[in-house]
Design a protein around this ligand. Structure first.
Ligand code: GCB
Length: 584
C-alpha cells in the first residue's frame, strides 16, 4: 500500500477533499467489463462471479477474458460500439489487502454516472444515484485478508425523475468517470472540517472540525505555519469542535491566488489542506470580492476534453480547459451544468479563476415527483460538502432553465435555496432562468425565484434562437428585483470554424454570423442596469447527439468560441478584446 497525499474522508456518506495523511490504494487502472445492453446481468447475478465447479457446470457470463476499460473514464469514448450507449456496464477488479488492527477502510468513488451498485466479494455494500458527486462505503469488517473482488453495476439510462432528467444538450457519458480509491484511516479520524472566512470578514475564520470514531473527545490543533498560527480546541462527546480565529491573511484573488498550507491535527489523525481566504458578498447591486466590486468575466465550460471527445477528469484535462479560459481573459468559470471533477476546481483555484458550481437541475425536472426534492437536497449536500473549503468556489447555482409552469417548481427550488443557505451562508446563490419576456426591444425579468437569490442570472440567445427586435444599444429592461446584480449566464450562437460568408444568414454556421451576434450582444450589455458579469456559451465546441445538421454540426454543439480542435473563431477575438478592456 502506498502513502499519498489525497482527497478524502467524511461523514457517513460524505467526504472532505483534503490532502490528508491517510493510506490509500488507488483502484484506477484497467477494469474488466461486461456490457449488458439487455439488462440480464441482474438475473444472472453477475456480481457473484460464479465459476464452474462440476464438469456439467457452465455460466453464461465471465469477467475472465472480458474486455477492459480504463478507470477513470467514460465508456462511450473507449469502445466504438458504446459511443451512444445508455444502459448497464458491469465493472470488475480485484485488490489485495492486509488487515491491520484498529484501522478502518473505505471504498471511495469520486463519481459514477449515473446509478452505481457496488458489490464486495459477492455482497451488495451500497448504491448511489447521481453522476457528478462523490460517495463512499465503509468496508471495515467486510474486507478479507488477501484477495478481494469488487463488482460495480453502472447504469447511465436517463430517468424522468433523475437529475438531470431525460433531456439535455450534452453527451451522456456513462461509466466510472472519476477516481476510485481505497482509503485506510485511523480508528477515530478527521471526518470533516470547514475552514473559511466568516461572511463579510477579511480576517476571521469560522468553522468546525468533526471526528468520527470511538474516541470522539480529543485535543485538536489548527496550524498555519506560514502565519505562525496555532489554534487549539477540543472536540465534544460527539466529535465536534467549532473554530473561530483571526489572522492577517493575504487574501485570495484572481490577481493573487494565495493558498496556505493548513494542518488539522487531532490526537489520532492529521489532515493537511491548501486553503485560501477571501470574502464574496453582494452589497446593493454590486458583487464584492474582498470588499471591492468585481466584474465577472466568465465563460461556460462542459466537462469534456475537446481533443479526446471524452469526459474530462484528470489534472491535464483541467489545465487544458482552464488555460483556454485564462487566455480569453476570464476571472470566473461557470462549470455547466453539474459539479465538475475536483481537479477542475482545485486547478482553477490555483490559477486564480473563481468557480461557479452548478447542480444538474436542468430544464425538464419533475419537481412534483415525490422523490425529486430529496434527490436535489442530497446532491446539494454532496456538492457543498466536497468543495466547502475551496475559496475559489464563489457561487452555488441551484438550477438552469427550469419552467415555472412545471408543478411544484417554485416551491421546490425556493426550499432548495433555503437549504443551501443553511448549509453554506458564505457563498452566493443563484438560479439560472430563461423565463424573461422579450417584446418591443424590452426585456421583462419576472421570475419569482429571484427574490430568493443573491444575483439574477439570465440565459438569452438574442441573435440566434430569437431575432433582435430593435437596436441592441436601445434595449430596455424591467426587473422584478431591480436592486440585485445581473449576470448574463449564457448568450451566443453557432459557427463552424472555417465556414465563412454572409454575416446575416444563420443557416450557414459562418464565423461572421456568430461574430455579429457577439458584437450586438456587447452593445446590448451596456444597456443592462446592475450588470455584474457576462458568460458566453461556451469555450469549446462539444459533443451533443441532438445537434444533427450533417454539414455544420455532426453531433457537435458549435457555439464554442473555440472549435473542438482549439481553433479560435472570430467571436473569440471580440470577447477577448471586451474582457481585456473591461475593468471592475
Ligand atoms: C441553453 C442551455 C445549454 C444549451 C444551450 C444551447 O440555454 O442552458 O445547456 O446547450 O442553451 O446551445 O442551446
Amino acid at each position: 500500500m502506498k502513502s499519498r497525499l489525497l482527497p478524502l474522508l467524511f461523514l457517513f456518506n460524505f467526504l472532505v477533499t483534503a490532502d490528508i495523511h491517510a493510506q490509500t490504494i488507488s483502484l484506477n487502472g484497467a477494469w474488466k467489463v461486461i456490457i449488458d445492453p439487455s439488462g440480464i446481468g441482474d438475473w444472472r447475478k453477475v456480481w457473484l462471479e460464479d465459476k464452474p465447479q462440476k464438469k456439467t457446470d457452465f455460466f453464461e457470463y465471465s469477467f475472465n477474458g472480458a474486455p477492459e476499460l480504463k478507470v477513470p473514464g467514460d465508456f462511450n469514448s473507449q469502445i466504438c460500439e458504446l459511443t451512444y450507449f445508455e444502459g448497464t456496464v458491469w465493472y470488475n477488479r480485484q485488490f489485495n489487502y492486509t488487515i491491520r488492527n484498529g484501522k478502518r477502510l473505505f471504498l471511495h468513488f469520486a463519481a459514477v454516472n449515473y446509478m452505481a451498485e457496488v458489490f464486495l466479494n459477492g455482497s451488495l455494500i451500497g448504491s448511489h444515484e447521481g453522476g457528478f458527486t462523490p460517495f463512499q462505503f465503509e468496508i471495515t469488517g467486510k474486507v478479507k485478508e488477501g484477495t478481494n473482488a469488487i463488482v460495480v453495476k453502472v447504469n447511465n439510462i436517463r430517468h424522468k425523475d433523475g437529475l438531470p432528467g431525460d433531456g439535455y444538450d450534452w453527451l451522456n457519458y456513462g461509466g466510472i468517470t472519476r477516481d476510485v480509491d481505497l482509503i485506510e484511516t485511523a480508528g477515530t479520524y478527521i471526518e470533516d472540517y470547514s475552514i473559511q472566512l466568516k461572511k463579510g470578514s477579511l480576517n476571521t475564520v469560522a468553522g468546525y472540525v468533526q471526528l468520527n470514531g470511538m474516541q470522539p473527545s480529543q485535543n485538536v490543533k489548527i496550524k498555519i505555519p506560514e502565519l505562525d498560527l496555532l489554534y487549539k480546541t477540543r472536540t465534544d462527546s460527539k466529535g465536534m469542535a467549532t473554530l473561530e480565529f483571526s489572522s492577517a491573511f493575504k487574501l485570495w484573488s484572481p490577481e493573487l491566488p494565495k493558498l496556505y498550507k493548513v494542518v488539522i491535527e487531532s490526537e489520532t489523525d492529521t489532515a493537511v489542506d491548501s486553503i485560501g481566504f477571501r470574502s464574496i458578498e453582494v452589497k446593493g447591486n454590486k458583487i464584492l470580492l474582498n470588499g471591492r466590486p468585481v466584474f465577472l468575466k466568465a465563460v461556460n465550460i462542459h466537462e469534456e476534453n475537446p481533443y479526446k471527445g471524452a469526459r474530462a477528469w484528470s489534472k491535464e484535462d483541467a489545465v487544458l480547459l482552464l488555460n483556454a479560459a485564462k487566455e480569453l481573459g476570464c476571472n470566473l468559470i461557470r462549470l455547466a451544468h453539474y459539479p465538475h471533477n475536483e481537479n477542475m476546481v482545485k486547478e482553477a483555484e490555483r490559477m486564480g479563476l473563481m468557480v461557479w458550481s452548478e447542480l444538474p437541475v436542468y430544464q425538464h425536472i419533475q419537481f412534483a415527483d415525490s422523490s425529486v426534492p430529496a434527490k436535489m437536497e442530497k446532491m446539494l449536500e454532496e456538492m457543498v460538502h466536497r468543495d466547502k473549503n475551496r475559496c475559489g468556489v464563489v457561487i452555488w447555482s441551484l438550477s438552469n432553465e427550469t419552467y415555472p409552469g412545471t408543478p411544484n417548481r417554485n416551491k421546490a427550488l425556493i426550499e432548495l435555496t433555503q437549504k443551501c443557505r443553511a448549509l453554506d451562508a458564505t457563498r452566493l446563490i443563484t438560479h439560472v432562468t430563461n423565463t424573461q419576456r422579450y417584446e418591443n426591444n424590452t426585456f421583462d425579468i419576472w421570475d419569482p425565484l429571484y427574490k430568493y437569490a443573491d444575483l439574477i442570472s439570465l440565459n438569452e440567445y438574442i441573435g440566434w434562437y430569437i431575432p433582435w427586435q430593435g437596436k441592441p444599444a436601445d434595449t430596455k429592461w424591467k426587473f422584478v428585483c431591480p436592486d440585485k446584480p445581473v449576470f448574463i449566464s449564457e448568450f451566443g450562437g453557432e459557427a463552424l470554424y472555417g465556414s465563412h460568408g454572409s454575416g446575416d444568414e444563420a443557416a450557414f454556421w459562418t464565423e461572421e454570423y456568430q461574430a455579429n451576434i457577439y458584437t450586438a450582444q456587447l452593445q446590448m450589455f451596456s444597456t443592462i442596469p446592475n450588470l455584474c458579469g457576462v458568460c458566453p456559451w461556451l469555450l469549446f465546441d462539444y459533443r451533443s447527439p441532438g445537434r444533427m445538421h450533417p454539414v455544420y454540426q455532426k453531433g457537435y454543439n458549435r457555439k464554442g468560441l473555440l472549435s473542438d480542435k482549439g481553433d479560435k473563431k472570430k467571436a473569440w477575438y471580440i470577447m477577448n478584446a471586451y474582457y481585456s478592456q473591461k475593468h471592475n
